[in-house]
Design a protein around this ligand. Structure first.
Ligand SMILES: Nc1ncnc2c1ncn2[C@@H]1O[C@H](COP(=O)(O)OP(=O)(O)OP(=O)(O)O)[C@@H](O)[C@H]1O
Ligand SMILES: [Mg+2]
Length: 442
């Protein structure tokens, strides 16, 4: 087997002085010499027969040093000497190249260089294998590029994951924030109710003592006024004295005024002693119906009455006290609606059971509504927006006292010009009410 010589592969280019060769004159060996890929020619004994400049540079040997060197010293596969399989040899013998073999060049400094190698056989005329041509492409830049692309892809994946996590966390935070805000609102409401309750409790105690102090002298005043007025009437019956008519009218006015003071004192007592009546297990719908009956004539003058009395749990309360609450709320609803347009206005009285299983009685009217700035004062005794002589301002404070005494609550929703909705919530005392067939269907 003849050895392919390096000088055969890259002979010095013959050139006449002053004669520039044409491109077509350039020998293949020169082309090989100029290639960026390393080219090694190995003889049939596996020794390097020749190498181009690029191979020498990659391996760190001169072409002369390479010549005769065992090919498997400079070319390895996964760190082991390169060995062709029978199948690969067969292919080479058939003249088929081996393309894209992932191998390493082992340079003089020992640091392997990853290369892709295309290998083709050199054969003699008789077909006998005389050597191999190995073209090795340095893959370091390509691998670096692939690694940086993979790193970039990984980075993008991580940043997508990160932004996903940030979005999720932000959503969670927003949810917690909303929860916090709603808890805060509930807390503020409770605090407001507590302040109102405390103030009303203090006012209740004060009212009780005022009522007590006024009541005694008032009973003398009323008694004496009645006595004087009766005596005067008796005298005038025996002997008419027109000159005393004015005196009699003044006495009647005084009696009227005293009656009014007495009714205020009764209201004060009711407000301060809301829990001192005997209570019983009752269905609030009975009390609601009775209260409506008592107020129906007033209601008819100003509004249409709508009743929607769904079953409610039994509550432990005094029916007289609860009746007082409902009548107060009904009268307030009536008074919030101007007279004369009953067909345009509505008062809706409804009962239902809330999520806690409490009995709820609601009085909704289409009246004037309540301005936000006076809403927090509604339950204060003597707070009224009605003209002097028309309202004492005790109605709602009495309602609050009675309802709080049995562990209930009163809520108000209102919009000026649209109407108001007063809700009395009472804790259940007995077993839950039987469900109606209509409720079961819904
Ligand atoms: N349904 C309602 N619509 C509009 N305002 C109302 C309603 N209920 C109560 N109010 C307002 O609340 C105030 C206090 O009511 P409250 O029942 O305590 O006293 P009053 O009705 O003014 O007097 P009283 O009940 O002693 O006759 C009323 O003056 C009115 O301004
Ligand atoms: Mg009232």
């Amino acid at each position: 087997m003849s050895v392919t010589q390096a000088d055969e592969l890259c002979p010095p280019r013959g050139s006449a002085v002053g004669h520039e060769p044409q491109l077509s004159d350039i020998a293949a060996s020169e082309v090989v010499g100029a290639m960026v890929d390393g080219v090694l020619v190995v003889d049939s004994f596996g020794r390097v027969a020749s190498a181009n400049r690029a191979a020498g540079e990659l391996l760190g040997y001169s072409e002369a040093e390479l010549r005769g060197m065992p090919g498997d010293r400079v070319l390895t596969e996964n760190g082991s000497p390169l060995l062709f399989s029978d199948e690969q040899l067969d292919r080479l013998m058939r003249g088929e190249p081996l393309v894209g073999m992932a191998l390493e060049l082992v340079p003089s400094n020992g640091t392997a260089i990853p290369v892709h190698v295309n290998c083709s056989a050199l054969r003699r005329d008789e077909g006998e294998l005389s050597g191999l041509v190995l073209v090795a492409r340095d893959m370091r830049d390509m691998l670096r590029l692939m690694a940086s692309e993979a790193a970039e892809r990984e980075l993008r994946r991580h940043s997508a994951l990160l932004s996903d996590m940030v979005r999720q966390r932000t959503e969670e935070l927003e949810r917690s924030n909303q929860q916090l805000a709603s808890n805060l609102r509930a807390l503020a409401r409770t605090q407001e109710q507590l302040v109102v309750s405390e103030r009303l409790a203090a006012l209740g105690a004060l009212s009780a003592s005022i009522a007590h102090e006024i009541n005694n002298p008032l009973s003398y005043v009323c008694g004496n006024l009645e006595f004087t007025s009766d005596e005067l009437a008796r005298l005038m019956a025996v002997q008419p004295m027109p000159q005393l008519d004015e005196l009699r009218a003044a006495l009647d006015e005084a009696r009227h005024g005293a009656d009014r003071v007495q009714s205020i004192v009764r209201g004060l007592k009711a407000f301060s002693r809301a829990d001192q009546d005997s209570s019983e297990l009752l269905d609030v719908r009975t009390v609601v119906s009775l209260s409506i009956k008592m107020a129906v004539n007033q209601i008819k003058l100003r509004a249409q009455l709508v009743q929607d009395l769904a079953p409610v749990p039994l509550v432990q309360a005094s029916s007289a006290r609860l009746g007082q609450v409902f009548i107060n709320l009904l009268v307030n609803a009536v008074q919030a609606i101007p007279e004369g347009h009953p067909d345009l206005n509505r008062i809706v009285v409804s009962t239902r059971t809330d999520a806690r299983g409490w009995a709820v009685v609601e009085f909704a009217d289409s009246g004037c509504g309540i301005a936000p700035e006076i809403r927090r004062r509604l339950f204060e005794p003597f707070f009224t927006t009605k003209p002097i002589g028309e309202g004492t301002g005790l109605g709602l404070s009495i309602c609050h006292g009675i309802v709080s005494a049995i562990g209930g609550e009163i809520e108000v929703d209102s919009e000026v010009g649209c109407g108001s909705r007063f809700r009395v919530l009472l804790p259940a005392a007995g077993p839950p009410p039987a469900r109606t067939s209509q409720q079961e269907r819904s």
